[in-house]
Design a protein around this ligand. Sequence first.
Ligand code: UDX
Length: 438
Amino acid sequence: MRITVIGTGYLGAVHAACMADSGHEVLGVDVDPRKLAALSEGRPPFFEPGLPELLRRTVDAGSLRFTDSLQEAGEFGEVHFVCVGTPQQPGSYAADMKYVDAVVDGLAPHLRDGSLVVGKSTVPVGTAARLAGRIAELNPAVDAELAWNPEFLREGFAVQDTLRPDRLVVGVTSERADAMLREVYAPMLTAGCPYISTDLATAELVKVAANSFLATKISFVNAMAEVCDAAGGDVVTLADAIGHDTRIGRRFLSAGVGFGGGCLPKDIRAFMARAGELGVGEALSFLKAVDEVNMRRRQRTVDLARELVGGSFLGKNVAILGAAFKPDSDDVRDSPALNIAAAIQLQGGQVRVHDPEAIDNARAQFPTLDYALDIEKACERADLVLHLTEWTQYRELDAGRLLKVVREPVLIDGRNTLDMAAWRSAGWTVRALGRSQH
Ligand code: UDX
């Protein structure tokens, strides 16, 4: 099929390459000339494992190309995926719909008869119905439809999640739209991927419900970490033990500095805002607690760090391992690691941050922090080392060797993934959140 993917960020660039790889003819659309130039050469403008190879292959094969023209997109495509961002509005919990609205307004006049606009962005429930009305208003003559197809990809696994999703969810208003989406996703359906076809509102809600559930699971285990710290328990053993119950499951029960990124924090807030508008704010009041538990993790980490350096950061060197909001990503949006680094600097600490991939993005957001491309350089003369993003190379560190470069061998494992026993036997004092006795 002839497919356009509008918005080539983390979601759109991966979706475009995967659609081209699945046998479609794809046109990617963006307003950012730098992104377009990189993508046209087969280079992703961000770090995502597997994407460079996929992009190069599909661009070289001629099945994927890029443009900045919505008119060209409208004239070319049978199916148009809308993949632009819906960030949190300044000064409010609600999602900012200006990018989605601008795409629909720009595309509608150019749509061809029989085409389908498919929203993928995470939006407040009711948006799809509103946008369908907008298309009818802007181009009353055209026989075009709108559907919603939420995306569940995780950064770091985006290619695999798109090519082999664990489910496909589509919100449609006609059999024709459903048939077109089945054709788009034919390779996944042949491979046995579950396909859930529903109404527009349910499809929109599935996405925010899934993210709210994941955020709740993480904050649940982090709340248990708070209790463990007070009672002298061990949150990792607790998570392992409850995780054996298949009704609960161990995944997304890793306690630590909490969740960040471009999705979970803003999505639960936008969901609360929308529920309030719908008059059911009380139903989601627990998400406020989820958000609060999560934000307290950052504060608790800073407090523990201050305690470990003797009550004040003044004159202390602090090394931060990790800047990205999670490993295998260079995304620093709402990153707990960087927030903690900035808070320690604000309180007078000399902070040096290491990350294997996210230094450039981190520097753009927090230009006054000090950065190091080398782990040992970051830890040189440190009074405290904080492990805040669980990159594999941090698990492989030689604790004995690192001990020689620091001033004080004191470590906080903010992700509960390092081998505490090995670090201790190398001579380090190790602390972690929710593991007071360990
Ligand atoms: C998330 C959803 O998983 C995905 O389905 C949706 O499409 C977009 O939002 P992503 O933001 O890429 O994906 O990251 P995810 O792997 O879900 O992690 C989110 C945050 O939670 C990260 O900061 C991660 O470090 C943290 N996390 C995750 C925990 O603190 N503990 C856990 O047990 C799991």
